[in-house]
Design a protein. Structure first.
Length: 266
């Protein structure tokens, strides 16, 4: 995604808007993709007027909650399948969820999560367990709609890459194994991304209660990026990783500030 997909998207936007520089706003994996693109393809830095990174993801040294538990389970499963010589269970071109199972979930989840018996106890706490607890920002009316499409499918390779980085504590390229790494990268281990190649101006927006983008990991990013022009902590100590999407006060706490700062870079 960082090497091919995002460069293609940037090229498409530039060619169809006749703009040589564009604003890029990313959240979560959308920030990770941009960090990868701008370090692997540094020529794209000149196309980005300002990169606004919301809940920026680069490292996973302090992942919390269900995400940490899920990582542990999947990590053990991957190790077991490797030992059993059954790597096809985690084939790179597989989807995480079976499409029919996911479709059933998207039909049932809105019904369950709109029922008062389940909305607060089950649905809300599952969400909080992954992203951080924050009842003040939880949007009850929007949540049934959100779970009608979220989560959606993704490639198993993407999840495997997240697990690898949580293991290594590095922001590195995909680990294909010693032999394939040697052929692809010229070394038995995947190279770390050189964040100093990111010369485009970067604005970081982060929160203290983010289970996926911890304050320590964001601080590490800020130290490594050479052109951080804005480092903004959201003024809600309980704001979590999902609140960027559906938080009741996301507009006033985050997006008004994002737009204000973008206006300064027109």
């Amino acid at each position: 995604m960082g090497k091919y997909d995002m460069p293609a998207a940037l090229d498409y936007i530039s060619s169809n808007t006749n703009q040589s520089k564009i604003f890029y706003v990313g959240h979560s994996q959308g920030t990770k993709m941009a960090f990868a693109t701008l370090s692997l393809r540094p020529e794209y830095n000149r196309k980005v007027k300002l990169f606004s990174a919301l809940g920026p993801i680069g490292f996973f040294s302090e992942m919390q909650g269900f995400g940490q538990a899920g990582y542990t389970i999947l990590n053990e499963a991957m190790a077991t399948m490797t030992n059993l010589n059954a790597p096809e269970m985690f084939s790179y071109n597989r989807q995480i969820f079976q499409p029919d199972l996911l479709a059933t979930y998207h039909e049932l989840a809105p019904i369950i999560c709109s029922n008062p018996l389940f909305a607060y106890g089950l649905c809300q706490n599952i969400l909080f367990g992954f992203f951080g607890f924050n009842t003040r920002q939880f949007n009850n009316s929007m949540f049934p709609f959100l779970v009608s499409w979220y989560p959606d499918n993704a490639s198993s390779k993407c999840i495997m890459h997240f697990i690898q980085e949580a293991n290594s504590l590095e922001f590195a390229r995909f680990d294909y194994g010693w032999d394939a790494n040697e052929e692809i990268y010229g070394s038995i281990t995947p190279p770390s991304l050189n964040l100093t190649e990111i010369t485009a101006p970067v604005a970081l927006y982060w929160s203290a209660n983010d289970y996926l983008a911890s304050t320590r990991d964001v601080a590490n990013l800020a130290d490594l990026l050479p052109n951080v022009v804005y480092n903004f902590q959201i003024e809600d100590d309980d704001f979590n990783h999902f609140d960027y999407i559906s938080g009741i006060d996301a507009k006033s706490l985050v997006y008004d500030e994002v737009i204000r700062f973008m206006e300064l870079h027109r």
